[in-house]
Design a protein around this ligand. Structure first.
Ligand SMILES: [Cu+2]
Length: 110
């Protein structure tokens, strides 16, 4: 019985290890009433990316990228995320669709 449990624990540890290797690379962008931070992010090319988006302002924000084909509306106080499929090396621009003049940036895949 004890041996079985040990084997089970080892099996679980292996599974967890595999899951972690496939975890997306995580980056964060904060939106606040027409400002975004950071506006430039470097991420590894060829790896899934999770972009965590937080709106700490009092106005709605929308992370949008034509190149990345992503859009995510964030009400005030909301945190959400988008997942980017593995990127080719290059620069990908994005903007806050509600504050296009002041809140924009790029994600650089290397
Ligand atoms: Cu939009």
């Amino acid at each position: 019985m004890r041996k079985t449990l040990f084997a089970l624990a080892l099996g679980l540890a292996t599974l967890t290890g595999t899951a972690m290797a496939d975890e997306p690379h995580e980056v964060k962008i904060e939106f606040k009433d027409g400002k975004a931070n950071p506006t430039e992010l470097t991420v590894p090319a060829g790896k899934k990316i999770r972009v965590v988006l937080t709106n700490t302002g009092t106005q709605a924000a929308e992370f949008e990228s034509t190149q990345l084909r992503k859009e995510k509306v964030l009400g005030p106080g909301v945190t959400s995320f988008v997942i980017l499929a593995p990127l080719s090396p290059g620069e990908y621009t994005w903007f806050d669709d509600f504050h296009q003049a002041t809140a924009k940036g790029k994600i650089i895949a290397k």
